[in-house]
Ligand binder design. Structure first.
Ligand code: MG
Length: 398
C-alpha cells in the first residue's frame, strides 16, 4: 500500500486532498525534499494524481470528433446549440447565424456572435470551412475570426491559394504574428484550430506574465507560445496590457459565409503566477503551499492514531516535517520516536530480527529528514536507532 493523494471531482471543480485512507509507508522519504520554490519533494507520493480526462476522438472530413470528457461544448452541430450564442448587434439578441447540416454558418451582415459562456485561460478547439468556390481576394476571401475573450483574433481566412499580408494570414494573431506555416486545406474542407490561450497577468500595474497563444492548424504548430500584445486592432499597432479575467468567444462576421463545427473548450487551471501550486513558485507561494501540505499530513496522522501501533502516525508526522518544521510536531515526533526505540530495546533478539525491514524503514526516514535538516543534528532517537541498526549489521556497507 502506498500513501496516495486522491482527488474528488465535484460540479466541474477539482479539489485535492491528502488521502483519507492514509497508510504511511514512508514512500515520500525518497527524492529531493521540498525547497524554497518547490512545495513538493521530487517523486512525491503525497502530490495529487493528475485528474482523469476521458480523451475525445479525431474528426474526419465527414464527421466531427468527440470532445474530451471535460470539455464545455459550444457547438455540437445541432440547432439547439445556437442558444449557446448571442448576437453582438443588438447585444444579447438571438443570433441570426444558422445551424445547417451540422455546421454553424455565418450570415453576412448579421454581425459577430458571442458565446454565452465567458472564460479565460483555455484549450480551445474550433473547426471551420471557407466557402467554395472561393470568392474575393486577400482579406476578402473566406474571412472570419476566432476572437479569444472577444478581444484577440486568431484569423480565419481562406489563404489556401490567396496571398495577403502575412500578419493577417489564417492562424495569424491578427496584426501581430504571422503563422509559422501555411498548413491550410483547400476551401470547403474542414480546417482545425487547436488553441492554448493564457491571459496576461498583471499585478499592481506590473506584468507578471504577458499571456500567450499557441495554435495548431490541422495538427501543424503555427503559433508557438506567441506573447500577447493586447486586443486586436486593424491598422493600428496593438499594445500589451491587462485583459479582463474572462470574456466570451466571438466569431467574426466579415461578410463571408464561413462555416464552423465542433467548437469546445476546456478551462485551464491557474498557472504558477496566478496562484497555481505546480511549477516553479515564488518563495511566499511555496511557503503557503508547504504549510497547507504539512497541515493536511498532520490531520491525516491524527486519524492513524493507534496506541498499540503508533509507528504509522509517527511516520506521517515525520513526513509533515519535510514540508514544515513545526515545533510542536517535532516535539511529538521526538517523544514517539524515543518510545519506539525504547520499545525495540526491550524486544528479545528473535522479535527484533523480525522487525528488520520496519526498523530500516524508520531509520531511512530519519536519515532523509536529517539530510534536509528537517531534524535537529542532536536528535537523540535517530542516533539510538542507528546504534540498533549498526549492532544488527542491517546497514549495507558501501
Ligand atoms: Mg478576420
Amino acid at each position: 500500500m502506498k500513501a496516495h493523494g486522491f482527488l474528488l471531482a465535484a460540479g466541474g471543480a477539482l479539489w485535492f486532498a491528502v488521502s483519507a485512507r492514509a497508510v504511511s509507508t514512508g514512500e515520500p522519504f525518497y527524492g529531493d525534499a521540498p525547497d524554497e520554490h518547490h512545495p513538493w519533494a521530487v517523486h512525491d507520493w503525497n502530490r495529487p494524481q493528475p485528474p482523469r480526462v476521458e480523451p475525445g476522438t479525431a474528426s474526419t472530413p465527414e464527421q466531427p470528433g468527440r470532445p474530451p470528457g471535460d470539455a464545455v461544448v459550444l457547438f455540437d452541430g445541432t440547432a439547439a446549440a445556437l442558444t449557446n450564442w448571442v448576437a453582438d448587434r443588438p447585444a444579447g439578441a438571438p443570433t441570426k447565424w444558422i445551424a445547417k447540416d451540422g455546421a454553424l454558418i455565418c450570415v453576412p451582415k448579421s454581425g459577430y456572435i458571442s458565446s454565452k459562456a465567458h472564460f479565460g485561460d483555455c484549450q480551445l478547439h474550433v473547426e471551420w470551412a471557407a466557402p467554395t468556390p472561393p470568392h474575393g481576394e486577400s482579406q476578402g476571401r473566406g474571412n472570419s475570426g476566432v476572437f479569444l475573450m472577444g478581444l484577440v483574433e486568431v484569423q480565419v481566412l481562406d489563404d489556401y491559394d490567396n496571398p495577403t499580408y502575412a500578419d493577417g494570414f489564417a492562424a495569424s494573431v491578427y496584426g501581430v504574428m504571422p503563422p509559422l506555416a501555411n498548413a491550410l486545406l483547400p476551401p470547403g474542407q474542414w480546417q482545425t484550430y487547436d488553441i492554448v490561450f493564457r491571459r496576461p497577468v498583471y499585478r499592481n500595474g506590473q506584468v507578471l506574465d504577458p499571456g500567450y497563444v499557441t495554435v495548431c492548424l490541422n495538427g501543424v504548430l503555427v503559433q508557438d507560445h506567441t506573447p500577447l500584445e493586447g486586443p486586436t486592432g486593424h491598422m493600428a499597432r496593438s499594445r500589451p496590457g491587462p485583459l479582463p479575467d474572462a470574456g466570451p468567444l466571438k466569431l467574426q462576421d466579415h461578410g463571408n459565409p464561413v462555416r464552423y463545427r465542433n467548437i469546445w473548450y476546456r478551462p485551464l487551471p491557474p498557472n504558477a503566477v496566478e496562484g497555481g501550486t505546480d511549477g516553479y513558485l515564488t518563495a511566499a507561494a511555496t511557503l503557503a503551499k508547504r504549510h497547507a501540505i504539512a497541515a493536511a499530513l498532520r490531520a491525516d496522522a491524527a486519524k492513524l492514531r493507534d496506541l498499540a501501533n503508533p509507528r504509522p502516525e509517527m511516520l506521517r508526522l515525520m513526513e509533515s516535517l519535510g514540508y514544515e518544521k513545526d515545533a510542536a510536531t517535532l516535539q511529538q515526533v521526538e517523544q514517539m520516536a524515543a518510545a519506539y526505540v525504547a520499545g525495540l530495546r526491550q524486544l528479545p533478539a528473535g522479535q527484533l530480527a523480525a522487525k528488520k525491514d520496519e526498523v530500516k524503514h524508520v531509520h531511512a526516514a530519519f536519515k532523509f529528514l536529517a539530510r534536509f535538516h528537517d531534524l535537529p543534528d542532536n536528535f537523540a532517537p535517530a542516533a539510538e536507532l542507528k546504534k540498533i541498526v549498526d549492532e544488527q549489521g542491517w546497514e549495507k556497507k558501501r
